[in-house]
Each structure stands twice: as structure tokens, then as C-alpha cells.
Ligand binder design. Structure first.
Ligand code: AMP
Ligand code: ZN
Length: 486
């Protein structure tokens, strides 16, 4: 029996049936990048995972409003309001305006995601474009008694909030332990409680990104932007909130607190977190120095890389792991993914070249059902890939004349590939989409045909063997000549 779409909810720590508040509409908010430097491959894994989720929800018939923000202000180096402003620091380093930094890395982020063939979100709001909404939200939180002003900075009062709500609901940590593990307040601190965090931060004389507010000139804290923008575009209550697992403990915990302190409602029903991309077991991050940039991966220009790998190979490598499992990067794993991806794409290119029979040795329906079942089981892409390899085996068997397929089953096979490989996984054939290569090969095949008609077998063999040495196999049949990559 079909159990419908089940997804793992961090909030309840179990898989649950997905029941949107307002079907067929679905509201999904995902925390986007902080655009003060290039995105690394770990960041990309999270955005590729949510692209898969977005695409599958749409395939399932939902009308999804997918909001993914751009953090372009307010993010200090420490997640708890310590340290320099990330944008200001980078601007000084690159001798640019902070907004030039924002522009440069936003464009870079979009370029990278385009290479991975991800869909753009429905709305991509920026923190700087929503200062008014953030100020309004802070005012309500203050009016409700959950925030206080200290010396031009507004802090969220975690102790007050915890008297009524559960501050650690998302991660189920013990509040006492959390307190014990947080730095004690010193004489310099304006905040009252160790876990209190800033909603609005007073500008220093040298602060460049600054806005007027009822509490003086300053800038918003990092967490408030997501609460304000998700409420604006998706409402006080919406369906899915996502991000990388590293965001749950602080950023998302604080988002829930802010939203509840403002509207008295839990903002999202399902909290989804993607697991980390690691290198030799260590989380890929800018600070650990193991964060390759996608560009370095494509060219192979990094000490940890033996050679370059194409964007679709990298995406296929990521889809071969479930989004909630860690995925460890290695050259060997990427080699294997490249072979697997080429095998799949080669089979896809043969789909239009299969000879039809009256009967079929294969049934494609069960493969499609298994793929849907796997995706309904918390977006289990690796299981779908195993099924796609079964489809690959069938295509190759028919192409080699060792099995039969009829037109009804072939149509199902084409639908399976169209839906899962292209629409849901968002993969594309980097080589056959190379139309120049296609055109050149069509011309060569035509010249060879003429040579054969003129009994010029020396030329026709030269063409066939020459292409073979380049890894391109020609296959002659009654219908004509086709080619594929060996
Ligand atoms: P940031 O720009 O640091 O705010 O991160 C953007 C997104 O990437 C967030 O959702 C992070 O949780 C996620 N992220 C950061 N590092 C990794 C990693 N190594 N693997 C997967 N996701 C990551
Ligand atoms: Zn966020």
C-alpha cells in the first residue's frame, strides 16, 4: 500500500506523513548562503538536496512556493553575536564596498548553481531588502515582553521565553547543559542571560552597513532576517523549513524562538536538515581549509584533487548518497560516479535507437513504482539510482539484440528516464547536449556511408577505426548507423 510522502522531521525526530497546511500549495523556506565569499562544495550539497526536494514536490503535484534567502547583512563571525561583521571584514580585505562583496558573491553563487542545473527558487529575498520587516518584527517581540534594549542593542530574552516555550525543542538538548556550555557573562556584556542573542545591533562608528531604527542606528542580527522573511512570504505558519544540519542548534533554534515570541505560533511544521559533505571525515568548511570551490573541482586545480570532474558527475555523486547521510569526498568515489553517470547517459542516448518488437521481455511499471516508493520514503535518491541502473541494463540488452521490448514498455522507459533522470534529479547529458559534436558525427557518418556505397572500404574502415580509437563506437544496422561512447 502506498503510504504517501514520508519525510524526516527534525522537530519530532521521526519520519512523518507529509500533510501540507493548504494543499496543493506548499510553502518551503531554506536558509541561503551568506554571500561574503565563494560557496564551497559543502554548501552546494545542501542546495542540491533542497533542489531535489523542490523538484519532487512539484512532480508530486504540489504548487510550491520555494523561498531561499540571501544573507547580505548582519552575519557576524560568531553565531552568537561576537566578532567582526563578515561583509565588512571581507570588504576591507578586497578593498571593495560591502555591497560590492555582496554583488560579487551573489553572482558567483548563482553561476555555480546554474552549472549544477538547479532550479531558481520562487522568491530569493535579501536581508538588506527587508530591514523594515525585521524592525517591525523586533517591535512586536519587544511589545510581547520577550526582548529588551541594552545600550542601543536589542537582545532576545531566552529565560523569559523558556518560561512559556521550549527553547531546545528542535534539538532536544538539555537547557541546563546548554547554559553550562556557554560562555559566562563578563562585566563588558550588555545582555542579561548567557543564551540571549541580538535581534538588533548598535552600529559602531566604523560600521558601514547601517540603518536607522527606533533604537538608534544599527543593523539586524543574523537570525531575525529568516523569521521576518519567511513570515512575510509564507505566513506565520508554513510547511517546510530547511537548511544544513549545522544550522539547527543555533540559527534555527533562535528562529523558532523569535517567531513564537512574535506570533505565538511554531513557524514550520516540518524542519528538514541535510547532512554534511566531509573530506577525510572532517566537515568541509571555509575555516578548515578543505573547502574546494566548485570551479577547482571542475578543473582539478586543488592539491586534494587528482583531476577535474564535470558538474553532472559531481551532482550524480551527491545524489548517490541520501541527503541525511554524511558524504565523504574522495577522488576514487568521484571516479566511480563518473563511470556510473556515463553508463546511464549512454543508455539514455540509445533510447531512440532501440528496435521494437511485438512482445516485451521486460516490464517497466514495477521499476517506476519502486522509484516513486523510494522518493516517497524521505527522498531516497540512492535507491532510485539503483533502479535506474536496472533500466540501463534493460536498454543495453535490447540494444545488443539480446532482449525484446515493445512500444508500450519503451514509452514507459522513456517516461521513467524523463521524469527521474531529467525532471526530478535535474541531470543533463553534458556530452550529447554538445550539439556541435552531434553535428560533426552526423557529417562523418554520412561521408562513411557514401564511401561504402562507392565501395571505398579503406576510407570507411579508416573512419570507423579512427573514431574507435577516440572512444566512439559506430554501430551499423538496417536503419542506418548510430554512435555511442564506449
Ligand atoms: P553559509 O553560507 O555558511 O550560511 O552556509 C550555507 C548553507 O550551506 C547552510 O545551509 C549550511 O548549513 C550549509 N553547509 C555548510 N557547510 C556544509 C557542508 N560541509 N556540507 C553540507 N552543507 C553545508
Ligand atoms: Zn536562516
Amino acid at each position: 500500500m502506498d503510504k504517501g510522502l514520508q519525510l524526516y522531521n527534525t522537530l519530532t525526530r521521526k519520519k512523518e506523513l507529509f500533510e501540507p497546511l493548504n494543499a496543493p500549495h506548499v510553502g518551503m523556506y531554506v536558509c541561503g548562503p551568506t554571500v561574503y565569499s565563494d560557496v564551497h562544495l559543502g554548501n552546494c550539497r545542501t542546495f542540491i538536496s533542497f533542489d531535489l526536494i523542490f523538484r519532487y514536490l512539484k512532480y508530486s503535484g504540489y504548487k510550491v512556493r520555494y523561498v531561499r534567502n540571501i544573507t547580505d547583512a548582519g552575519h557576524l563571525e560568531g553565531d552568537r553575536d561576537e566578532g567582526d561583521d563578515k561583509f565588512a571584514k571581507r570588504a576591507k580585505l578586497e578593498q571593495l564596498e560591502p555591497m560590492e562583496i555582496v554583488q560579487k558573491y551573489t553572482l558567483g553563487f548563482h553561476d555555480v548553481l546554474r552549472m549544477f542545473n538547479t532550479l531558481p527558487p520562487s522568491i530569493e529575498p535579501t536581508a538588506t531588502g527587508h530591514i523594515t520587516e525585521q524592525i517591525e518584527m523586533i517591535k512586536v517581540i519587544m511589545d510581547n515582553g520577550y526582548a529588551y534594549e541594552a545600550n542601543g542593542t536589542i537582545y532576545f530574552d531566552v529565560e523569559k521565553y523558556s518560561a512559556k516555550y521550549n527553547y531546545t525543542i528542535l534539538t532536544n538538548r538539555n537547557l541546563e547543559d546548554m547554559l553550562a556550555n556557554t560562555r559566562e557573562l563578563g562585566g563588558q556584556d550588555d545582555k542579561r542571560g548567557r543564551l540571549d542573542f541580538a535581534l538588533w545591533i548598535k552600529a559602531k562608528p566604523e560600521t558601514i552597513m547601517r540603518w536607522p531604527s527606533p533604537w538608534g542606528v544599527g543593523f539586524p542580527g543574523w537570525h531575525i532576517e529568516c523569521s521576518a522573511m519567511s513570515a512575510k512570504y509564507l505566513g506565520d505558519e508554513f510547511d517546510i523549513h530547511g537548511g544544513g544540519m549545522d544550522l539547527a542548534a543555533t540559527h534555527h533554534t533562535n528562529e523558532i524562538a523569535q517567531s513564537e515570541a512574535c506570533s505565538h505560533k511554531q513557524p514550520a511544521r516540518y524542519w528538514m536538515h541535510t547532512n554534511m559533505l566531509t573530506v577525510n571525515g572532517t566537515r568541509m568548511s571555509k575555516s578548515a581549509g578543505n573547502g574546494f570551490l566548485p570551479g577547482e573541482l571542475f578543473t582539478g586545480d586543488h592539491p586534494l584533487l587528482e583531476r577535474g570532474f564535470s558538474p553532472m558527475t559531481v551532482k550524480f555523486f551527491m545524489l548517490q548518497a541520501h541527503y541525511r547521510s554524511t558524504l565523504d569526498f574522495s577522488n576514487e568515489a568521484l571516479d566511480a560516479s563518473e563511470k556510473g553517470f556515463r553508463r546511464l547517459m549512454n543508455a539514455v542516448s540509445l533510447l531512440d535507437k532501440l528496435t521494437l518488437s511485438a512482445e516485451s521481455d521486460f516490464e517497466i511499471g514495477p521499476i517506476i513504482e519502486n522509484c516513486i516508493k523510494a522518493m516517497n520514503d524521505d527522498f531516497n535518491s540512492p535507491v532510485v539510482i539503483a533502479e535506474l541502473f536496472e533500466a540501463t541494463r534493460i536498454i543495453n540488452t535490447v540494444y545488443d539484440g539480446k532482449g525484446k521490448i515493445n512500444s508500450a514498455e519503451l514509452e514507459k522507459l522513456k517516461k521513467l528516464i524523463g521524469d527521474f533522470v531529467f525532471d526530478i534529479f535535474g541531470l543533463k547529458d553534458e556530452e550529447s547536449s554538445n550539439t556541435e559534436l552531434n553535428d560533426v558525427l552526423d557529417l562523418i557518418i554520412d561521408i562513411r556511408k557514401t564511401a561504402k556505397e562507392n565501395k571505398d572500404y579503406a576510407t570507411s574502415d579508416k573512419i570507423r577505426l579512427g573514431l574507435q580509437s577516440m572512444g566512439i563506437q559506430l554501430k551499423d544496422s538496417k536503419e542506418g548507423t548510430t554512435w555511442n561512447k564506449a
